[in-house]
Design a protein around this ligand. Structure first.
Ligand SMILES: Cc1cc2nc3c(=O)[nH]c(=O)nc-3n(C[C@H](O)[C@H](O)[C@H](O)COP(=O)(O)OP(=O)(O)OC[C@H]3O[C@@H](n4cnc5c(N)ncnc54)[C@H](O)[C@@H]3O)c2cc1C
Length: 401
């Protein structure tokens, strides 16, 4: 879809969704009615609004496209693709480089030496794993893996958290959804519109609108996020669209309390890490998610939206009590892919903190972690923009060091 950027922060474009982008999906029309709160970035987050995206002229602008490509020809940048980092090399307490293996040819081992610093940015699941493989982490975990403890840091891999959400599915009337528009013959028309630079579902993000609200009126700010997606999938069949016009309404606790861990599975760098998120282990998360799921039902019963609702398919009218909603959430919920916290930033007195405010690994020199693993506690937001902000700030700190 030809959505022109309306804001550019540093090198990153932010595009906004407007009603004219989604006219093929009338379900969303009431959300842009006067009186609805769209000022979710203002003093109060509570309200409903369309998603911000990073899409330009119908194409997604990834972080690599926005930041790496413009810098790729610089003499001081060497991008090695297919390189799987296997260890950070320590000389005493100083990071002096890293080793990596070639993807597809793991016997080919390489070493890169660092003149100034080593920056770890392997993400919330692999950065702690890489530290473990390098002998940095909780002594017991490393010893169990047969890895020499070079620097004990109990917080590496702990404090893992994520947004855990559950989605309801609604059969829609009086509006098409992407279930219809992504099938022939509609799809041909959508592709034609996209090719000619006109608004089309081909250039939209999957999630169109969101709502921030409170699980309890006594709260002073929202603790729930709802996402409205004009698409629904057959139960238990990954990626297979329902045969009817369907909408998915997902909801999750904004600031989850449940904490888990991620660990290297073995000393083999090519083994995927062990991930234990402990979703819904906190009773607060259970209560908030149940309140959110019940709110979805109320939301769909409002006069503005009930016009479009033929019936609730999932969880379905048989789910009524709090226990039934919780059971539904446990069985059907899933990650929202916002993992964070596994190398958390914190002050010196926090023995579980892995990095300080300068993102330097505590007790080591010349080693920083720059990714979403440093987030101590997810903010009331999704994690992509949050991570870009961490990277922007880190770039300034690294340049000025
Ligand atoms: C399916 C999906 C949908 C999402 N949707 C949204 C959304 O709509 N909005 C939102 O705000 N957030 C979304 N997120 C979350 C967002 O993408 C992440 O929070 C963000 O990308 C985290 O950035 P990061 O740099 O910490 O980690 P990553 O983006 O995971 O980057 C880590 C990089 O390190 C590489 N790597 C890992 N291990 C090694 C190794 N050993 N050697 C070399 N390289 C390595 C990985 O390949 C990866 O490129 C989504 C995530 C997923 C997976």
């Amino acid at each position: 879809m030809a959505s022109r950027p309306t804001e550019v922060t540093a090198d990153m474009l932010i595009s906004h969704t407007h009603w004219d982008h989604i006219q093929g999906l009338p379900f969303f029309k009431p959300l842009s009615a006067p009186g609805n709160s769209f000022c979710i970035f203002g003093a109060s987050q509570a309200g409903v609004g369309y998603m911000q995206r990073v899409i330009e002229n119908g194409w997604r602008v990834s972080a690599a496209r926005a930041f790496l490509r413009p810098a790729i020809s610089r003499g001081n940048l060497d991008v090695r693709v297919g390189a799987h980092a296997s260890r950070i090399l320590l000389d005493g307490k100083r990071a002096v480089g890293a080793s990596y293996v070639e993807v597809g040819n793991p016997s080919a081992q390489h070493v890169v030496r660092a003149r100034r610093e080593v920056i770890v940015s392997a993400g919330p699941l692999n950065s702690p794993k890489l530290l473990h493989l390098s002998g940095v982490g909780p002594a017991g975990v490393l010893r169990d893996l047969g890895i020499d403890v070079l620097h004990e840091l109990p917080g590496v891999g702990e404090n893992l958290h994520d947004h855990y959400g559950a989605r309801g599915v609604v059969r829609i009337r009086n509006s098409k959804t992407a279930n219809d528009l992504s099938r022939w013959p509609y799809l041909g028309w959508e592709i034609l519109k996209w090719l000619t630079g006109r608004p089309s579902i081909v250039g939209l993000s999957a999630s169109i609108a969101y709502v921030f609200w409170k699980s309890d009126e006594v709260l002073d700010r929202p603790d729930l996020q709802f996402v409205l997606t004009p698409i629904s999938f057959k139960a238990g069949q990954f990626g297979v669209l329902d045969d009817f016009p369907g909408m998915s309404l997902g909801v999750w606790p904004h600031r989850p309390q449940s904490r888990g861990y991620v660990r290297a599975k073995s000393a083999n760098p090519l083994d995927a890490p062990v991930i234990q998120p402990n979703y819904l282990s906190s009773s607060v998360d259970q209560r908030v998610l149940v309140a959110g799921l019940k709110m979805v039902r109320k939301f769909l019963a409002t006069p503005q939206l009930s016009h479009f609702v033929e019936r609730e398919e999932v969880p379905g009218p048989q789910v009524v009590t709090d226990d039934e909603f919780l059971d539904f959430a446990r069985r059907n919920g899933s990650t929202i892919y916002h993992f964070a916290g596994s190398n958390r930033m914190g002050p010196d007195h926090d023995r579980m903190a892995v990095v300080g405010p300068d993102l330097k690994v505590k007790g080591l020199q010349s080693l920083r972690v720059v990714d979403s693993s440093i987030i101590p506690s997810l903010p009331s937001a999704n994690s992509y923009a949050t991570t870009l902000m961490i990277a922007e700030k880190a770039a300034d700190m690294i340049k000025s060091a």
